[in-house]
Design a binder for this molecule. Structure first.
Ligand code: PRP
Ligand code: URA
Length: 199
């Protein structure tokens, strides 16, 4: 199904309402994959007929979308983790230099036990995500308890995150080979934020 959803997102003729609903479907597959990494402990519950053994997350899960495109993955993440606190980074690439600029940061107090899901559908040069990871670690996050959820990444972006933050887990639907002169992912899907928000 991932490839099917990706094909719809990549298609430049996909209308904005279909782009939004498809990003949601694909996001839920990626988040379900990310959830497998979260440590669980055994838990017992009483059913009406007896005791059943089950599992519950062994730590707090924190959702951290990178504005603005990361907001596309937030509603799905909240369906899966309805009690999760939400932190946010507003990061925008400069159109000329491609340097990421942090214009907003608001994180809940973090502990080294928290499991952090960073949401950003596009990983190109990895500048934006690297800045977010740097700020998260400064705020007390542990790199081996951070999962990055992206829809499309460039090969360079994946390798850069691996090199800078080897313990961070990357859950990505597709890794594309190239970046163009403007540091857009090729073939990619274009500007995710513009297509999702209709700007
Ligand atoms: C996009 C995307 C990532 C970033 C990826 O955001 O959502 O955050 O670019 O590029 P990088 O890996 O080279 O840093 P953009 O800066 O366009 O802002 P937006 O989400 O507000 O559209
Ligand atoms: N941001 C996007 O939305 N698309 C790209 O290809 C690169 C950065």
């Amino acid at each position: 199904m991932k490839d099917f959803y990706l094909t719809i997102l990549r298609d430049q003729t996909t209308a904005s309402e279909v782009f939004r609903s498809t990003a949601k479907q694909l996001g839920s597959l990626l988040l379900a994959e990310a959830a497998k990494e979260i440590p669980m402990h055994e838990a017992e519950v009483e059913t009406v007929l007896g005791t059943a053994s089950g599992k519950k997350p062994a730590c707090r899960i924190i959702l951290v979308p990178i504005l603005r495109a990361g907001l596309a993955l937030l509603p799905t993440a909240l369906e899966l983790f309805p009690t999760a606190p939400i932190g946010m980074f507003g990061i925008r690439r400069d159109e000329k230099t491609v340097e990421p600029r942090l214009y907003y940061q608001n994180l809940p107090p973090l502990t080294s036990d928290d499991w952090i899901l960073v949401l950003d559908p596009m990983l190109a040069t990895a500048g934006s995500v690297s800045l977010a990871l740097e700020k998260l670690l400064e705020a007390g996050a542990r790199p081996d308890r951070v999962s990055l959820i992206s829809i499309i990444a460039s090969k360079l972006g994946v390798e850069t995150v691996q090199k800078r933050y080897p313990a961070v887990k990357q859950i990505i639907a597709a890794v594309d080979p190239e970046l163009n002169r403007d540091k857009f992912i090729v073939p990619g899907l274009g500007d995710f934020g513009d297509r999702y928000f209709g700007t």
